[in-house]
Design a protein around this ligand. Structure first.
Ligand SMILES: *Cc1c(COP(=O)(O)O)cnc(C)c1O
Length: 403
C-alpha cells in the first residue's frame, strides 16, 4: 500500500501507537507539496473559491478556515498533537498559560459561582482570581492542596470548578487527582488540573478522572525558553465553550509559536526523562550535604507523598527545592555563588535556573501568608535543566561553600 499523503494522512493511521510516536507525528496533515516537517502557515486570513463557498464556510456548513483567530492549520496541528498526548477529545491552544486559565473560567463559570483553587498555585493564577475574576462575581476559596478532607469541607452549593496544580511549586506537594476527581464529581463540580510541571510525558490527569487539563506551554512543552503559549484540553462538551470564548475574545496562539511547540513536543519525553534523572541525582546529593536542612522532591523516599507520586506520575519532575542552614542571607549567598545556573524564576528550560521564592515569586505575600504556604526565608528553588550533571553539581557545591 502506498502512502497517500497528497490526500492527507488519516488520523486512524495512528490508532494504537505509543506516546512517542504521537509526540512526533500526531496532528500533521501534509499539503500537496509533500513537506516532511510541519508547515508553518503565517496567514491571518483565507480565500474562498466563490461567494457561495465563503457563505457556506462562515455558516459552518462546510469545514475550512475562515480567519486565524478561529483556526490556523499550524495551530490545529499543535492542538491535535496535544489532545493525542493528553488523551483528550479536543485541545485548544492559547496565547499563554494565563489566557488558558482565563478561558476556562470565562467559559465554564458565571457570576455567583464558587471556585476552589489549591492554595499553592502559580502567583499570577491567584492574582487573576483575586484582582479580576472576583470583581465579576466569582467567589474563590483556597484549600490546601494535599488535604482531601479540606477540599470536601470547602464545597458550597454553588461550587462549580476546582483548580489544582499538582505537583505544586516550589514545595512539590501533590494531591491524589483520582480521589479529588471523585469528590469533585460527587458535588457536581469540574476538576481542572494545571499540568505544567509534569507535562503529559509524566502525568495524564484526564486519565486519572480530571475533566480539564491546562498548560503553560511556555515551560516544558517548548522546553527551550523561546515562546509563550498555553493549552486547554478536555471533553468536547466543555471544550466547546472554551473554544468559543477564545475565538471571540482573541487570546489564541500565534502560528509561529505553535510551530515551535510542535517541534518541542517531538523531544518532550526524552527531555523530561533527562530533566528527571538529573533532578533525582541532585536531590539525593543535596539531601546528604550538611549545609542543607531539608530537600523537597517527590522522588526522595523522605518525601511524605513519595508513594502517591510513584503511582500518579511516571517521573518526579525537575523542580528541586531545599532549605539551607541559615536564613535569607545564606540563601542569597548560595544563589550568588553559582556561575553556570541562571538566576531567574522561569523554569521548564534546557538551562537550569535558581531562585529565592520568599523574595521573588512569593515576595508579595505577607510574612504570615508565606509561613502558611510553607515558604521559609532559607528556601532555594532549582529547576534542573539539561547541562552536564557534573557542572551543575559543581555549581551547587559553590553555593554550599558560600553559605
Ligand atoms: C508559568 C505558569 C503559568 C502561566 O503561564 P504563562 O505561559 O506564563 O502565562 C501557569 N501555571 C504554572 C504552573 C506556571 O508555571
Amino acid at each position: 500500500m502506498s502512502q497517500d499523503w497528497d490526500a492527507g494522512r488519516l488520523d486512524s493511521d495512528l490508532d494504537g501507537v505509543g506516546f512517542d510516536t504521537l509526540a512526533v507525528r500526531a496532528g500533521q496533515h501534509r499539503t500537496p507539496e509533500g513537506e516532511h516537517g510541519e508547515a508553518l502557515f503565517l496567514t491571518s486570513s483565507y480565500v474562498f473559491r466563490t461567494a457561495a463557498d465563503a457563505a457556506a464556510r462562515f455558516a459552518g456548513e462546510v469545514p475550512g478556515n475562515v480567519y486565524s483567530r478561529y483556526t490556523n492549520p499550524t495551530v490545529r496541528a499543535f492542538e491535535e498533537r496535544m489532545a493525542a498526548l493528553e488523551g483528550a477529545e479536543q485541545a485548544v491552544a492559547t496565547s499563554s498559560g494565563m489566557s488558558a486559565i482565563l478561558a476556562i473560567v470565562m467559559s465554564l463559570c458565571s457570576a455567583g459561582d464558587h471556585v476552589l483553587v489549591s492554595r499553592s498555585v502559580f502567583g499570577s493564577t491567584i492574582s487573576l482570581f483575586e484582582k479580576y475574576l472576583k470583581r465579576f462575581g466569582i467567589e474563590v476559596d483556597y484549600p490546601p492542596l494535599a488535604d482531601l478532607a479540606g477540599w470536601e469541607g470547602a464545597f458550597k452549593a454553588n461550587t462549580r470548578l476546582l483548580f489544582v496544580e499538582s505537583p505544586s511549586n516550589p514545595l512539590a506537594e501533590l494531591v491524589d487527582i483520582a480521589a479529588l476527581a471523585e469528590i469533585s464529581h460527587a458535588h457536581g463540580a469540574l476538576l481542572v488540573v494545571d499540568n505544567c510541571f509534569c507535562t503529559p510525558a509524566l502525568q495524564q490527569p484526564l486519565k486519572l478522572g480530571a475533566d480539564i487539563v491546562m498548560h503553560s506551554a511556555t515551560k516544558y512543552i517548548d522546553g527551550q525558553g523561546r515562546a509563550l503559549g498555553g493549552v486547554v484540553a478536555g471533553r468536547k462538551a466543555q471544550m466547546e465553550g472554551v473554544v468559543g470564548f477564545l475565538r471571540t475574545a482573541g487570546p489564541t496562539l500565534s502560528p509561529f509559536n505553535a510551530w515551535l511547540f510542535l517541534k518541542g513536543l517531538e523531544t518532550l519525553r526524552v527531555r523530561m526523562q533527562a530533566h528527571c534523572a538529573s533532578a533525582q541525582h541532585l536531590a539525593e546529593w543535596l539531601e546528604q550535604q550538611p549545609g542543607i536542612e531539608h530537600v523537597y522532591y517527590s522522588g526522595l523516599p523522605s518525601h511524605p507523598q513519595h508513594e502517591l507520586a510513584k503511582r500518579q506520575q511516571s517521573g518526579f519532575g525537575a523542580v528541586v527545592s531545599f532549605e539551607v542552614r541559615g536564613g535569607k542571607d545564606a540563601a542569597w549567598r548560595f544563589i550568588d555563588a553559582t556561575k553556570v545556573i541562571s538566576i531567574t524564576t522561569n523554569l521548564g528550560d534546557t538551562k537550569t535556573t535558581i531562585a529565592h521564592p520568599a523574595t521573588t515569586s512569593h515576595g508579595r505575600l505577607s510574612p504570615q501568608e508565606r509561613a502558611n504556604a510553607g515558604i521559609r526565608d532559607n528556601l532555594v528553588r532549582v529547576a534542573v535543566g539539561l547541562e552536564d550533571i557534573a557542572d551543575l553539581k559543581a555549581d551547587l557545591a559553590r553555593g554550599l561553600a558560600a553559605i
